[in-house]
Design a protein around this ligand. Structure first.
Ligand code: M6R
Length: 609
């Protein structure tokens, strides 16, 4: 995920900028850069690769000046390259900008600016910001930044630097973190606390819509209307390790709570304004192209495979194209029937999983069209596939995948709806209804994550059982598979997921008194059938923890406990139903004293067959 730093004071800026960016390296990045202002010149140094490459580049000619900004970039719009790295500047080098997040309407802004004569150097969304500032500059830096912000849609943390106002940095944020570190005769700006805690522990946490004018001996903060905001100083008492985790005990928990933003980012600019259609500019498919697919394969491993199972539902239900889902390590050796009317979709968070990469190469060799869904720009899988849709989840550090899964579901849903739009298989009214509900999912994820207390209690109560079963029908079954994998991998409990209707064909023999069964009952179309299966396990004295949509009054009659998730369409509810399962596995692992972020025998990226 991108990192931001800024400095203004009486000391040289560059050493802090490099030091601060080093402290953000753990977040993952593919390029780095700094801009330092001195004597009416903004000197920008940036390069693709690690910070060490940047340090090497500036060795012996470190830009001098007491005000500067820096950035580590994790590519979203535009591949990792020197030119796409931040900071970005306008045509005349008057302004420099670093930005985290996504400018959703950058294409229309860029076209307009180009028509007014602006020359763009990069493929990024960010570059519209300095050009827009150049276009709108009216002699007042702060007022001009406000004019820029009025025209920008999306999520961001931004720091602006101007050679016309060499005594201030201006920063603002929307849905991305931003913090100001208060020094003595110097002040700091950063996207994250680890960047500044070696210099100061006194901070202002900037809220959405606020704008801060940071000078070396003052910080002036206003709200979106320009009214002054009185801030309390937040004293950071975390150590460096806790600061990296944003105050959470583990990366996994941090990543679980990052899901509203990850999902919002992945959705951003991919639904049109009136919620009537999905926009996937990166694909640019035609009706004829989509209609040429006789079959779709979805191929992946682990959690990504589980996302693929949900993807099958989405594509089949909405676009009415047959889909087969395969485990990558099986697919490549089973001689799948593929021709040039086949589309193979590979799903991989890391983009480096060797089984998935090999399956992709095999599908290509057999003549399939290929599409990658991945989280890492420029990864091996992204490079190998014909086309790519990126999940914009930001780097996932914990071995147990959480935000990658939910963002993969989002991409799968968007793809299903996109294909359906081209094939005309979903009525316009239904499409609008679905996309309107989809837009509301980030808020519903936040709501679901608000109350974790009951889940902590279940984790304590059942955390020492040896076996746990997960059951559900339809999409609930696919989510059950993910819930059981999560529990296995970090708590080391034997967990199995079963299609609820399949239990009675053998596995029901294992259901005895006190065995915990997590029963998902969110799918309206098979609700009564699921309830019957829940009654079957209850009759064997299992302890049932039910997952249901708010307003369900039936399940409570049969389950020992029920966790409710907000109501939405049954196609979308997996995005919510998986959250209590992620939390349950997390808190169970805590109860058992397991190493949550680095479970035994597992690696984050599996690059061996
Ligand atoms: O990077 P990928 O998505 O290709 O990784 C696939 C699996 O290795 C991964 O999802 C694994 O199952 C996770 N540890 C699950 O939490």
């Amino acid at each position: 995920m991108c990192g931001i730093v800024g400095y203004i004071g009486s000391n040289q800026a560059a050493p802090f900028l490099i030091e601060g960016l080093t402290k953000l390296e753990y977040r993952g990045y593919d390029s780095a850069g700094i801009a330092v202002l001195n004597d009416q010149i903004i000197c920008v140094e940036k390069t693709v690769g690690r910070l060490a490459a940047l340090e090497e580049k500036i060795e012996g000619k470190t830009p001098e000046g007491c005000i500067g900004i820096g950035h580590t970039r994790w590519a979203t719009h535009g591949r990792p390259s020197d030119t796409n790295s931040h900071p970005h500047t306008d045509c005349h080098g008057d302004f420099a900008v670093v930005h985290n997040g996504i400018i959703e309407n950058y294409m229309e802004l860029k076209e307009d600016l180009i028509s007014k004569g602006h020359v763009f150097k990069s493929e990024t969304d960010t570059e519209v910001l300095p050009h827009l500032l150049e276009e709108l500059y009216n002699g007042d830096f702060e007022a001009s930044v406000r004019e820029v912000l009025k025209r920008v849609e999306g999520s961001y943390a931004i720091v602006f630097m101007s050679k016309k106002d060499p005594d201030k940095l201006i920063c603002t944020k929307q849905d991305n973190p931003l913090v100001i570190g208060l020094g003595d005769g110097e002040n700091f700006v950063a996207s994250d606390i680890p960047a500044i805690i070696s210099r100061t522990r006194r901070t202002y946490i900037v809220n959405d819509g606020e704008l801060a004018v940071v000078k070396k001996d003052s910080v002036w903060i206003t709200n979106s209307l320009g009214e002054p905001v009185t801030k309390k100083v937040f004293e950071v008492n975390w150590n460096a390790e806790a600061a990296e985790k944003g105050g959470y005990e583990h990366f996994m928990l941090k990543e679980i709570h990052e899901q509203p933003k990850a999902v919002r980012d992945t959705l951003s600019s991919r639904i049109n304004k009136d919620n009537s259609a999905v926009v996937l500019e990166e694909l640019g498919w035609t009706e004829e192209y989509v209609n040429s697919f006789s079959k779709v394969f979805i191929v992946a491993c682990g959690t990504a495979y589980h996302a693929g199972l949900v993807g099958k539902y989405y594509i089949e239900r909405m676009a009415r194209v047959p889909v087969e889902v395969d485990i990558a390590s099986e697919f490549r050796y089973r001689q799948p029937i593929i021709d040039d009317n086949t589309l193979t979709i590979v799903v991989s968070q890391s983009g480096e999983t060797i089984d998935t990469l090999a399956a992709l190469k095999e599908a290509k060799r057999l003549g399939s069209k290929t599409l990658a869904v991945t989280n890492v720009v420029g990864s091996s899988i992204a490079r190998e596939a014909d086309q790519v849709i990126y999940t914009w989840a930001g780097p996932e550090i914990a071995v147990a995948s959480t935000k990658a899964y939910t963002t993969q579901l989002i991409v799968m849903f968007l793809l299903g709806a996109y294909m359906a739009g081209l094939r005309g298989t979903v009525a316009p009214r239904r499409m609008k209804e679905l996309l309107t509900m989809l837009r509301n999912i980030p808020a519903q994820i936040s709501e679901t994550l608000e109350d974790v207390e009951p889940i902590k209690v279940f984790a304590k109560k059942y955390g020492f059982n040896n076996d746990v079963f997960f059951i559900g029908r339809a999409l609930d079954y696919e989510v059950a598979l993910e819930g059981s994998l999560k529990l296995k991998e970090i708590s080391y409990i034997h967990a199995e997921a079963y299609a609820a209707g399949e239990l009675k064909h053998g596995t029901l023999a294992l259901i005895t008194q006190g065995v915990p069964v997590v029963a998902l009952a969110t799918q309206k179309s098979v609700y009564d059938k699921t309830l019957s299966n829940i009654k079957e396990v209850k009759a064997r004295d299992a302890v049932v923890i039910g997952i249901a949509a708010t307003g369900d009054t039936e399940l409570e009659k049969y389950a020992d406990h029920v966790i409710f998730v907000p109501r939405t369409d049954e196609l979308l509810i997996p995005l919510l139903a998986v959250l209590p399962l992620q939390l349950l596995s997390y808190y169970t692992a805590i109860t058992r004293g397991a190493d949550v972020d680095k479970p035994r025998n597992l690696a984050k990226s599996v690059t061996v067959e």
